[in-house]
Design a binder for this molecule. Structure first.
Ligand code: TA6
Length: 296
């Protein structure tokens, strides 16, 4: 039994012999679907998400690069749109590889996508004129979904950037959610004047929540999303030092034209692995790799 695979000029899909599947839009290299072996969708995607390249996808896993949010006092990225250009760019599909060490039950598939200064549109290049290349890999196994990003500085000058995987996880009921693994971690509370606080105990979501955590424990310490006390997702990171926890809640959901249904905020929580506090500096010829693995 082999990996099933399709590729047209807008998207790539792959499914495993055990039934799991993923779908990736070439626009933004945005993972828009990840289904488990029972066909249950694990990512939240707005019913009004634009999938035609007219704007960043509302849901799935948009890619945030080279800036998180906007950075008006950071000269190199101050002219870029919110969350940078990666999620609004057309990526190239570079290919797939699948591995099967003992049999169908451990077959996995990896899809590679590329974006570089050679393929970036002129407008973005004029706002951010660095010579770079990115390879974004999406790996599906029967147990988990991993996404990793490798950024290479192909130019002569250092590049300062932020990067984040803006993952919208699908859940049944936000009022039953607890997030653990971030205890004792410092966080910036973006709904309370960007004040710095420390997390005590599990996180529950009872209103608009927008926090940038710097986890106290290492990246391999899982951030766990539980529903009614049952672990639903576990996220571990590699070289991504921050975790953003976001839920727009009702008012913000109503203010976003592409957020549908309006009560959809009850069915999603963003757990976003990234390096977004401060700037990562990439020297000429250096490469940066960051990754997340989400187990369900
Ligand atoms: O990840 C949280 C966040 O930075 C929020 O502040 C909110 O702006 C969210 O991203 C969505 O941003 P977007 O540009 O996709 O509407």
């Amino acid at each position: 039994p082999q990996v099933n695979f399709t590729h047209d000029n807008s998207r790539v899909t792959a499914s495993l012999p055990t039934g799991e599947s993923i779908e990736v839009l070439l626009y933004g290299a945005t993972v828009i679907s990840w289904k488990n072996r029972f066909g249950i969708e694990r990512l939240w995607l707005s019913d009004a998400a634009k999938l035609d390249g007219s704007k960043a996808v509302r849901g799935g896993i948009p890619l945030v690069f080279p800036v998180f949010g906007t950075a008006p006092d950071h000269a190199a990225t101050s002219k870029l749109p919110q969350h940078g250009f990666a999620r609004n760019s057309r990526w190239e599909f570079l290919g797939k590889s699948s591995s099967e060490s003992t049999g169908p039950s451990d077959t996995s598939v990896k899809l590679d996508f590329g974006l570089s200064s050679a393929t970036l549109d002129e407008q973005a290049k004029s706002l951010w004129p660095y010579t770079f290349s990115i390879i974004y890999s999406v790996t599906l196994t029967p147990e988990n979904l991993s996404t990793s990003i490798v950024v290479t500085n192909d130019g002569e000058q250092p590049i300062e950037f932020q990067v984040l995987l803006h993952t919208y996880l699908r859940i049944d009921d936000i009022s039953k959610i607890q997030v653990t693994g971030l205890e004792e971690s410092e966080y910036i509370d973006k709904v309370d004047a960007a004040s710095t606080k420390t997390q005590s105990g599990a996180i529950t979501i009872t209103g608009e929540t927008d926090r940038v955590y710097t986890p106290a424990k290492g990246p391999s310490h899982p951030v766990v999303v539980s529903e009614d006390g049952e672990a639903v997702y576990s996220v571990v990171r590699d070289n991504l030092k921050d975790v953003v926890v976001w839920n727009p809640w009702q008012q913000k959901a109503e203010s976003m034209g592409d957020f549908e249904p309006k009560d959809g905020y009850k069915k999603m929580i963003c757990i976003e692995a990234g390096s977004v506090r401060g700037w990562t500096t990439l020297d000429p010829s250096d490469a940066f790799e960051g990754a997340q693995t989400i187990s369900d």
